[in-house]
Each structure stands twice: as structure tokens, then as C-alpha cells.
Design a protein around this ligand. Structure first.
Ligand code: ADP
Length: 177
């Protein structure tokens, strides 16, 4: 992979709600009215105005994305995307890829230069981490190649185990050209 691209992708372990970036991505559900996991953490920290704005949006289909303000977060925006519930056979990979692409597209439309993603669908929605990681990284690399305006994409993993999966995949990918 070309070094310029490598510099635009970072992998970190931590809490996405702590990040100072233009936008964080929320692994939401189709109602956009909050839930558990990263969704709950984002709503708790952003404050009640986030729920009011989400109510006005009126939901989001799986694979699509919607943007709101970040309210009490350090991030200026929240991009809410709805990952697929994992099924062994079916269109889960396409839908997960759509989540990354549509989130990045919204970022460009809103002049967002720095954006952080959690491991979408890898909690309650049951997506196997290694498969999801490949989709996340490959889709992002393709997108960044065509869209120079995005300066930094951070993949932020809550657990050490998931952080290691991303780090392993990313380093093998970048060594293989
Ligand atoms: P989904 O319903 O899409 O599976 P979850 O919120 O259940 O979404 O989980 C998605 C991933 O986000 C999981 O790997 C979970 O460990 C992680 N996660 C939970 N809270 C946070 C947080 N505050 N920051 C970053 N990642 C988080």
C-alpha cells in the first residue's frame, strides 16, 4: 500500500466517545432512538438533545447513514449508520460495506476531514470480528484512494482482542502492497 494512504489510517484501542475528531460513527439501530453498546455510550455522553434530533430524522434503513450534531461530545458530528445483524448466508457483507461507504460519503458532503469508526455490527449484532475488520479496512482503503479530502480515519476498538485483530490484518495488508 502506498505510504500516503497508510498515514491516513490509524488503529487505536479506547472509547470512541472520548475522541476529538470532526465526526464519530455510531453503530445505531434502525429506529435511531438509542440502544445498548456504543450507541448507548454515545447518547449518554452527547446528552438529550441528540435524541431530539434523532427523533426528527425518523429512522434509518440497514446499510445507510444519517448525520447529526455531536452536542456534548468533543466530536462536531455523529454519523449514525445501521449495521446488519450477522447471517452466515445472505447479504451481510454488502450491507456492512455500505455502512462504511455511506458514512464516508456523508463525511465528504459535510466537509469532515477526520472520522472515527467503531467495530460496526461486532457487538450485539454478532458479526465475526475478523470478517468485519477485512470489510472495514478494505472498503476504507478503496474510498480514501479516490477521495483525498478525508485526512484521517481512526478505527477505535474497545477491547484489546479486537484491537489486535485490526492491527494484525492492517499490518499484513500493508506489507502485501
Ligand atoms: P452492534 O449492534 O452494531 O453490534 P454494539 O454497540 O453492540 O453494536 O457493538 C459494536 C462494537 O462497539 C463492539 O465491538 C463493542 O465492543 C464496541 N463498543 C462498545 N462501546 C464502545 C465505545 N464506547 N467505544 C468504542 N467501541 C465501543
Amino acid at each position: 500500500m502506498i505510504p500516503e494512504l497508510l498515514n491516513r489510517i490509524a488503529i487505536q484501542q479506547g472509547d470512541i466517545t472520548d475522541l476529538t475528531v470532526d465526526a464519530i460513527v455510531n453503530a445505531a439501530n434502525t429506529s435511531l432512538l438509542g440502544g445498548g453498546g456504543v450507541d448507548g455510550a454515545i447518547h449518554r455522553k452527547a446528552g438529550p438533545e441528540l435524541l431530539s434530533e434523532c427523533r426528527k430524522i425518523g429512522g434509518c434503513p440497514t446499510g445507510e447513514a444519517r448525520i447529526t450534531k455531536g452536542y456534548e461530545l468533543k466530536a462536531k458530528y455523529i454519523i449514525h449508520t445501521v449495521g446488519p445483524v450477522y447471517r452466515k448466508s445472505g447479504n451481510s457483507p454488502e450491507l456492512l460495506q455500505n455502512c462504511y461507504e455511506n458514512s464516508l460519503r456523508l463525511a465528504i458532503e459535510n466537509n469532515i476531514k477526520t472520522i472515527a469508526f467503531p467495530a460496526i455490527s461486532c457487538g450485539v449484532y454478532g458479526y465475526p470480528i475478523r470478517e468485519a475488520c477485512e470489510i472495514a479496512v478494505n472498503t476504507t482503503i478503496r474510498f480514501l484512494t479516490d477521495h483525498p479530502s478525508i485526512k484521517q480515519v481512526i478505527f477505535i476498538l474497545f477491547s484489546r482482542e479486537y484491537f489486535d485483530v485490526y492491527t494484525d490484518y492492517f499490518s499484513s495488508h500493508s506489507n502485501n502492497g
